[in-house]
Design a protein around this ligand. Structure first.
Ligand code: ZN
Ligand code: ZN
Ligand code: ZN
Length: 327
């Protein structure tokens, strides 16, 4: 059952674009990046989806359907007052709750058993026992670290276990763990099952990318190009070949259970009108309606109909690499 749902998801071209990142080895794991204003983000996925608000749902959908395996990466604290993730931890005095605490290491002189804080042993750059006057040279032979010792600068009491509390750097609220929100943050990798299914050709971007790269194109999936309007447009694939003048080829993919509508042609035309690439190609799997064909011709979009990735690669070869073989 989930396999059917996965097949549906593989048809979604944003899913294809995202999964191809794993398949070409660009990433092994999707790891979140910490942003002090927003908490953890997935910048790579935000770039693909174009909307940070869609990231969480997208990742949930793919992991629920067994395409991605998620793993706990970190926990994140948020301020209960303003929601900011920009939180510091304070180790506070258990007696008066002040965070004005000084932390010192405890040192034990093993020969005579004397224990005190490290500063009491310091004499210039040496460690000397204040009880027996001997020098401490070798750790674990002459002396050992015997834990830590805290002193509160407010109430002057000492203790070995401080109480953690939190400080919001944004709204300057003090709060405890009890009041904090404490959420899971995950990293994601491609599941073995999805990797296998992908290698059977479920995912289209990868074979096309591999083919274009073998033809010495510089390929980006997805590729972003800036148009005359200043807006940035995403294509499923952009390919460049640096031979004299830089030639830009853009490729979009459209898939359907039966017949692709003319919609992807219209969407692509709007983008290429702004970007003016040297070549534009729309790959329709398995075929496109008659009106879509007419429009593609009118808009100067190379239209490829293919039943599967293999056919698509073959057609791409005929269109771009060996154009003589056409017509
Ligand atoms: Zn706050
Ligand atoms: Zn205190
Ligand atoms: Zn001693």
């Amino acid at each position: 059952m989930t396999k059917v749902e996965r097949t549906e998801l593989y048809r979604d071209h944003l899913v294809q674009v995202f999964l191809s990142k794993f398949l070409v080895g660009e990433i092994a794991k999707l790891i979140p990046a910490f942003d002090p204003d927003y908490g953890y983000k997935y910048p790579l996925l935000e770039a693909i989806l174009g909307d940070p608000a869609k990231v969480e749902g997208f990742l949930d959908k793919l992991s629920e359907n067994g395409i991605l395996d998620k793993e706990l990466y970190d926990k994140i604290l948020h301020c209960p007052h303003c929601g900011s993730p920009n939180i510091s931890i304070r180790y506070s005095c258990p007696h008066c709750r002040s965070f004005n605490v000084t932390k010192r290491s405890l040192v034990e002189h093993l020969k005579c058993g004397y224990i005190d804080t490290e500063d009491h042993f310091k004499e210039k750059d040496k460690l000397v026992c204040p009880r027996c006057g001997k020098e401490l040279v070798e750790p674990d032979v002459d002396y050992r670290k015997a834990g830590i010792w805290c002193t509160c600068n407010s109430c002057k009491k000492s203790f070995d276990i401080p109480v953690p509390s939190h400080f919001c750097r944004k709204c300057h609220n003090d709060f405890t763990f009890e009041d904090a929100t404490y959420d899971d943050v995950y990293s994601y990798k491609l599941s073995d099952e999805a990797r296998q299914e992908a290698s059977l050709g479920w995912i289209l971007v990868t074979p096309l990318r591999e083919f274009l790269e073998s033809q010495k194109f510089e390929v980006e999936t997805p590729g972003f190009l800036k148009g005359k309007s200043g807006a940035s447009h995403m294509f499923d694939i952009t390919a460049f070949k640096n031979e004299g003048a830089r030639e830009i080829t853009v490729i979009d993919l459209a898939t359907s259970d039966s017949t692709v509508s003319e919609q992807p042609v219209i969407a692509m035309f709007a983008k290429i009108y702004d970007v003016s690439p040297d070549r534009a190609c729309l790959i329709a799997i398995p075929k496109i309606i008659e009106n879509g064909k007419k429009m593609a011709k009118l808009y100067n979009i190379n239209l490829i109909e293919a039943k599967n990735p293999k056919e698509a690669v073959k057609a791409l070869e005929d269109t771009f690499v060996n154009p003589k073989r056409q017509s």
